[in-house]
Design a protein around this ligand. Sequence first.
Ligand code: DLZ
Length: 164
Amino acid sequence: MSSELKNLSCYDPAAIPDASNLSIGIVVAEWNEDITTSLAQAAIDTLLKHKVKKENIYITYVPGSFELPKGTKFLIDNSKLDAIICIGCVIQGETRHFEFICQAVSQGIMKLNLNTDIPVIFGVLTTNTRQQAEDRAGGKYGNKGVESAIAAIKMASLKKNNLK
Ligand code: DLZ
C-alpha cells in the first residue's frame, strides 16, 4: 500500500469490526493545538460513527508530543480500556528538537505496545511544514484522526478475538 498520496480518511466501513462494546482512550498533545484538536475531533467522530458509546471515550491532555507515552501510561495504569489513541503534531523547526521528539514518542509508544496489554495507536503527525500537517488534519489528504480511530477499533477487536 503506497502511503504518500493515501487519503487518511478513506476506508471500507464494511470491513470494520463491531465497536459498540469498546472503551477507547485518547491522549491529546497541546502543542500545535489547532491541528491536534482537529485530529482528536475526527477520531471521536469516527469512534461514534462505529457505535462506540460517548461515555466510553476517555480524553486526556498532555503538554506536548514528548509527554504522550507517559500520559498514556497513566491511563493504562488507572483504567480498563481496549485501546488508546495518541494524538500529536510535531512540525520541523530550526533546531534538532524535531528529531528527538519524534524518536522519543515513536519509541515510547512502541514500548507501551510491547510491554502492556493495551494497543496504543500512533496518531502523531510528523511533518516538515505546517501546510503538510494541515493537509493531514482535515485537508487534501484527509484526517489522521480517522485513520487512528479505525486502527484502534481493529487492534482492540484483534485483542478481544485472540482472548476468546
Ligand atoms: C518543545 C517542542 C517543540 C519545539 N516542538 C513541538 C512540536 O512541534 N510538537 C509537539 O507536540 N511538541 C513540541 N514541543 C514540546 C515537547 O513535545 C515537550 O512538551 C516539551 O519539550 C516539554 O517536555
